[in-house]
Design a protein around this ligand. Structure first.
Ligand code: PHE
Length: 398
């Protein structure tokens, strides 16, 4: 202020001298120079608006808040508008002595810069008030951090199922499906299991009525597919749900299997072994070995159970080499070093006969694995019910 006063002193006398008295200070007896006077008034007007703003936002969208932009615009026009007070100063410059004009012009420009800076600062504040007012009127607080939506993942069984399917699709297999509620014919009879056959006992079937069952295995897809694709080479992979009256730590009444059927001329058990060997190495790692144990299924001859070397102990039965203490028994394979994967065999000629194919011309192989079982073995899951309990603490791990 003092420097202003000094500089203004140089351009007195002023023709239309202001009558406003300086409010304080040593020169308070002198009337103010019009430039200074405008600045003092501008400061006072600004101050009024700022007080309005300071009262505004917390109190919500008051009438005062709403009028603010208008008051601001009026004030801006009053001082910096074309016909405003600051321009008026410039227009009156002609009444000054020529030598006083340059300094006067400079001072007026400084005043204009000062006013512009204050107006834009005030405008920013008013915008803040407007935003705060519009927000406090609704329950939405746009400044709150958003909710993070946790990314999910596929169920471990879905992952294993998709891995199996994509592996076989890579070998040129086609995906096939069959009904989960099916006629006795597809689930049993056409698969060489007549009504009084003792192997029906193994299946613990849920009967819908005398002739309709919940399928006990995915092998019904073999019958459906051979009936509808007669006398042509078949390579299918068929995942799906199956049902048995069974419920304990390693059995659930509803579980998933994946069935495979290959039929063509000259298909042998060696083709079955080669295919499964490739699959086991893909699924459980390249060091995996496998073995076939003779078994019995009415729809395959010969039949076998396929075992793979234990994924966890690498077939040794103990966890020494797999991060365990010396001699620590492997629980996954119950120290046998082998894991049972499922049943398989060459298609029984009787099955070809039932579906109207010529067993002299065609041969084939099939296998059926439990996806739940493969998942449990692959991840060392001790209880099958984890797979259906929907506990997020479990599911999050996959
Ligand atoms: N369907 C048999 C089961 O559920 C498995 C199997 C499928 C066996 C295909 C041989 C061939 O146990």
């Amino acid at each position: 202020m003092a420097r202003w006063a000094e500089r203004l002193a140089g351009i007195f006398p002023w023709p239309g001298r202001s009558t406003v008295k300086r409010p304080t200070g040593p020169e308070s007896s002198n009337p103010m120079h019009p430039i200074e006077e405008i600045r003092v008034r501008l400061d006072a007007d600004m101050q009024k608006l700022e007080t309005l703003i300071a009262d505004g936002p917390g109190a919500g969208p008051s009438e005062g808040d709403k009028a603010l932009p208008k008051q601001f615009e009026d004030l801006k026009v009053k001082y910096t508008g074309k016909k405003g007070e600051i321009s008026g100063l410039l227009r009156s410059m002609g009444t000054l002595a020529p030598e006083a004009r340059p300094e006067f012009g400079k001072l007026v420009n400084e005043l204009r810069d000062y006013a512009d800076a204050r107006f834009s600062a005030l405008q920013a504040k008013i915008q803040e008030v407007e935003i705060a007012g519009s927000l406090s009127g609704s329950s939405l607080d746009a400044t709150l951090p958003g909710y993070r939506v946790p990314a999910g993942s596929l169920h471990p069984m879905t992952q294993v199922r998709e891995e199996i399917i994509s592996f076989f699709q890579g070998l040129g297999f086609e995906m096939a499906l069959a009904p989960e509620v099916d006629n006795d014919w597809y689930n049993f009879e056409a698969l060489n299991i007549p009504p009084d056959h003792p192997s029906r006992d193994m299946h613990d079937t849920f009967y819908v009525d005398d002739k309709v069952v919940l399928r006990t295995h995915t092998s019904n897809v073999q019958v459906h597919y051979m009936e509808t694709h007669r006398d042509q080479p078949i390579r299918i992979i068929a995942p799906g749900f199956v049902y048995r009256v069974d419920n304990d730590a390693t059995h659930s009444p509803m579980f998933q299997q994946v069935e495979c059927l290959v039929v063509d001329k000259d298909i042998s058990f060696a083709n079955l072994k080669g295919t499964l060997f490739l699959w086991a190495k893909h699924m459980f790692g390249t060091e995996t070995t496998m073995r076939f144990r003779p078994s019995y299924f009415p729809f395959t001859e010969p039949s076998a159970e396929m075992d793979v070397s234990c994924y966890f102990c690498k077939g040794s039965g103990t966890l020494d080499g797999a991060g365990g203490a010396p001699g620590q028994p492997c629980r996954t394979c119950k120290t046998t070093g082998w894991i049972e994967i499922g049943g398989c065999g060459s298609v029984d000629p009787n099955v070809f006969g039932k579906v109207g194919w010529d067993p002299e011309k065609f041969s084939g192989f099939a296998f059926g694995f439990g996806i739940d079982r493969i998942t449990m073995l692959k991840y060392g899951i001790p209880d099958i019910s984890h797979l259906t309990r929907n506990d997020n603490r479990f599911l999050k791990q996959f």
